[in-house]
Design a protein around this ligand. Structure first.
Ligand code: SF4
Ligand code: SF4
Length: 119
């Protein structure tokens, strides 16, 4: 690489916007189809446990006795298997990344009783 080319690159970088962001103060907008984190719209959840059985990381628990659905977000590898397996499509992959935290934690959601279909 010639010294002229190197000088041109240096000058260009001095007057162009940096490629890096001041994360977490600045966050890059998610791209289409980005697998950020799993969200459960629990009003449609039937606590069938398919997501729990499918998850390769064992980070989901679906408890019918407790009527609770729980995920450990920092164990999730965003593979999307649980979303594909959910029979009611109440699980979705939100493109935003998991919210930052200083400690591991679980997200527990109470699952409401499903209304019986009118006969
Ligand atoms: S697979 Fe879907 S409906 Fe079944 S427990 Fe998981 S989130 Fe609920
Ligand atoms: S996206 Fe994959 S790793 Fe994450 S909870 Fe679903 S099945 Fe488990």
């Amino acid at each position: 690489m010639g010294s002229f080319h190197l000088a041109a690159m240096t000058l260009k970088s001095l007057f162009s916007k940096p490629e890096t962001l001041q994360y977490p103060a600045e966050v890059k907008a998610p791209y289409a189809g980005q697998k950020g984190h799993v969200v459960n719209h629990v009003e449609e959840c039937i606590l069938c446990g398919m997501c729990q059985r499918t998850c390769p990381c064992h980070c989901i628990q679906a408890s019918k006795p407790e009527r609770a659905w729980t995920i450990q977000p920092f164990m999730c590898v965003q593979c999307g298997s649980c979303v594909a397996a959910c029979p009611t499509h109440c699980l979705v992959m939100d493109p935003a990344p998991t919210a930052i935290a200083t400690a591991k934690h679980e997200v527990r959601q109470e699952v409401p009783e499903q209304e019986k279909a009118a006969s």
